[in-house]
Design a protein around this ligand. Structure first.
Ligand code: FMC
Length: 261
């Protein structure tokens, strides 16, 4: 007997066969976001879709056939620095999905890279999958929950066309590297280290929105320079490499369906 059609998978299939129309970029630092905002000619919302008083910033507009939003967590209310890390990233991902109903999310930003795994300063990676390295819960099954392994949305054509490097990303809430974090990153076999990716993946997975990650290497985690110094020294140049790749990604996505990327 022929199998009955599964309505929800029919919907998913027809969704993936219409052209992508709305893309949301989640970007932790304003310095990383502004080149993209300028490139796509986006404008900051005058009437923010977010709760009154939060520092979250959304820029949006149309570029080619796409509605594009770039969303940043904004400046910490007390300290005035970018609200980096997993908590603000989760919140803006959740709020942006509600505000924009995107077809796809792109988490773009800088990261540390492991040269032993083939990363160099200025490389822009597409991420294959993500884990956390600072959620240690040594109880069976909770340990796996802590690691929070999730796949990025698979984009084989994009990967091939743009000739990007690909690797696993590990996320934690620190820029520096404790020995415990280091051993978990090694155990997780990650090539890249950041402070937001796996949190964005968690929310995207909860709400069933495809997510991809573009991560540009500002510092070598296993190099000999102090991370903070190397990060600040390379931030501007690497941010412009990120903008170039993100533009290529958008040009590639434009006019295509999810199933074609
Ligand atoms: N470790 C963790 N995060 C980062 C990193 C590293 N070696 N280099 N660059 C980053 C990213 C994080 O995701 C933050 O958004 C920001 O840059 C550093 O505060």
């Amino acid at each position: 007997m022929a199998p009955h059609g599964d309505e929800s998978s029919d919907v998913a299939q027809s969704e993936s066969r219409r052209p992508i129309s709305t893309v949301v970029f989640i970007i932790a630092m304003q310095a990383e976001a502004l080149p993209l905002v300028n490139k796509f000619g986006l404008a900051e919302d005058t009437d923010s879709p977010f709760p009154k008083g939060v520092p979250w910033v959304r820029y949006h507009g149309s570029y080619k056939d796409l509605h594009i939003s770039v969303v940043c967590p904004g400046k910490d209310g007390a300290l005035g620095v970018d609200s980096v890390g997993t908590v603000p990233a989760s919140l803006i991902t959740y709020a942006s999905i509600h505000a924009s109903q995107p077809d796809i999310i792109v988490n773009a930003g800088t990261c540390g890279g492991f040269k032993i795994k083939g990363a160099n300063i200025g490389d822009v990676f597409l991420v294959s999958d993500v884990t956390f390295h600072d959620r240690r819960i040594p109880i069976p099954v909770f340990d796996l929950y802590g690691v929070g392994h999730r796949q990025a949305f698979s984009t084989p054509n994009l990967l091939k066309e743009l000739n990007l490097k690909i690797g696993r990303l590990s996320t934690g809430d620190s820029l520096d590297l404790s020995t415990q974090d280091e051993s978990l990153i090694i155990a997780n076999d990650a090539t890249l280290k950041d402070m937001e990716g796996a949190a964005v993946a968690y929310v995207a997975d909860l709400l069933k929105v495809p997510v991809i990650f573009l991560k540009a290497v500002t510092d070598l985690v296993d190099g000999d320079k102090p991370t903070a110094e190397e990060f600040l020294q390379n931030l501007a140049a690497v941010t412009s490499a990120l903008e170039e790749t993100a533009t290529k990604v958008i040009n590639f996505i434009n006019g295509k369906c999810l199933s074609d990327i």
